[in-house]
Design a protein around this ligand. Structure first.
Ligand code: SAM
Length: 326
C-alpha cells in the first residue's frame, strides 16, 4: 500500500513535514506539479518552519528540493534561521507582510513560478502577500495558500463566516468573468493584482490560484480575432476534415455565425446538408442562425424541413411563430 503513494508524499514523509499526515496536501501538489517537476523553476515558500528555534525547520524546503531537483527553492521566515539546507535551497529572513523585504527577494531571485504560503496564516497577511507577490510571479504559475481554515477563526484574525478569504476568492472569480460582468455593469474593473488569475480551486484547508492568460473571448461578446478563438476555429476545421459529423458541422456553423461570418455559417450548414440530407441537427442549426441573424425566410425554410424530420413540439411552435410574423 505504501508503494502506491505519490513521490511528493514519499518525500514529505522522508523529510518530516506536516504537509502529509496532519494535513493532506502533498497528493494534491503531486497531481498539480508532476508534469513540471523536472523543469528549472523558481519556487518560494513562505514559512520555513521551526518558529523561534533557529536550528530547526526546513522540512518542506528539503522535500521541495528533492522533488524539484532542477529548481531554485527559496524559503522565507520571520524568524532568524541557521539551517543546513540542500544546495538549491536559499533562506531569507523577513516577514511576509514586509513589502520592502518581499521586493528585495523578488528582485534577487526573479519571477517565481510557484509560491506556497505556509506562513502566519492570518487572513490579512495571506491577502497582503498575495497582492504583492502574485503580480510579480512568472506569467504562468501557481500560488498556493495553506491552512485556509484560519479565515474562519477569530483568534487568527479571521471571522466565523470567513468573509475576508471568501471575499478575496469571490473577487478572483469575478475577475475571471469580467467580460460578462461588463455586459451587465459596463464600468466593472477588477483589482489590478487579480487580472491574471486563470483558475481558482478551493480544497479542504487549501486554496490554489493559477496564474496565466485568461483573456479568451466571451461567448457573449465573441472576438474571432483573438488567438484562442482563431485556434479553436482552426482545430474544428481540421477535425471536420479528418472526421466529419453533422454535429461538428452544426457547431462549426455556430462559431462562424458568432464570429459575424453569417454567410459562411449558412454555407457550412448547406454543405453539411449535402452530405447528410435533412439531418435534424443541421436544420436546427441553420434555423437558429438564420433566425438570430434576421433572415426569417431562410429560417422558415430550415424549420419547415425540420418539421418533416422531428415531432418536437417546440419545432412546431417555432414554425407557427415564424409563419405568423411573416
Ligand atoms: C507552519 S510553519 C512552516 C512549516 C513548513 N513550511 C513545513 O511545511 O515544513 C510556519 C512558519 O511561518 C513562520 N511565520 C510566521 N509568521 C510569519 C510572517 N509574517 N512572515 C514569514 N514567516 C512567518 C513561522 O516562524 C513558522 O516557522
Amino acid at each position: 500500500m505504501a508503494d502506491s503513494i505519490d513521490l511528493l508524499t514519499q518525500l514529505a514523509i522522508k523529510h518530516g513535514t506536516d504537509k502529509w499526515g496532519l494535513h493532506f496536501y502533498t497528493p494534491v501538489y503531486d497531481e498539480l506539479f508532476r508534469e513540471i517537476r523536472l523543469k528549472e523553476l523558481k519556487i518560494l515558500e513562505i514559512g520555513v518552519g521551526g518558529y523561534g528555534y533557529k536550528n530547526f525547520g526546513g522540512e518542506s524546503l528539503r522535500m521541495w528540493a528533492d522533488y524539484f531537483p532542477n529548481s531554485r527553492i527559496v524559503g522565507i521566515d520571520i524568524e532568524y534561521k541557521e539551517l543546513k539546507l540542500p544546495a538549491n535551497v536559499h533562506y531569507e529572513h523577513g516577514s511576509q507582510v514586509d513589502t520592502g523585504f518581499l521586493d528585495r527577494v523578488a528582485r534577487k531571485y526573479g519571477k517565481f513560478d510557484i509560491v506556497v504560503d505556509d506562513g502566519s496564516h492570518r487572513p490579512d497577511h495571506v491577502i497582503a502577500s498575495f497582492q504583492f507577490l502574485f503580480p510579480r510571479m512568472a506569467e504562468r504559475g501557481f500560488y498556493v495558500v495553506e491552512d485556509t481554515q484560519t479565515a474562519f477563526w477569530p483568534k487568527w484574525g479571521g471571522t466565523e463566516n470567513g468573509a475576508k478569504l471568501l471575499g478575496f476568492i469571490a473577487a478572483a472569480i469575478q475577475s475571471l468573468h469580467r467580460s460578462e460582468i461588463r455586459l451587465a455593469k459596463p464600468d466593472y474593473e477588477p483589482a489590478e493584482f487579480l487580472k491574471n488569475v486563470k483558475s481558482v480551486k478551493a480544497l479542504h484547508n487549501l486554496l490554489i490560484v493559477e496564474k496565466g492568460d485568461n483573456s479568451a473571448p466571451s461567448y457573449f461578446k465573441f472576438d474571432p480575432d483573438h488567438p484562442a478563438a482563431k485556434f479553436a476555429l482552426q482545430t474544428i476545421e481540421d477535425r471536420i476534415a479528418a472526421e466529419p459529423t453533422p454535429a461538428a458541422y452544426a457547431q462549426y456553423a455556430a462559431v462562424l455565425s458568432q464570429s459575424g461570418r453569417v454567410e459562411d455559417a449558412l454555407a457550412a450548414i448547406e454543405k453539411g446538408l449535402q452530405i447528410w440530407n435533412d439531418e435534424p441537427n443541421l436544420l436546427l442549426g441553420g434555423f437558429e442562425i438564420a433566425k438570430a441573424r434576421g433572415q426569417p425566410q431562410r429560417a422558415l425554410g430550415f424549420i419547415t424541413r425540420l418539421k418533416a424530420e422531428s415531432a418536437d413540439p417546440l419545432v412546431d411552435h417555432e414554425m407557427k411563430k415564424l409563419r405568423q410574423t411573416k
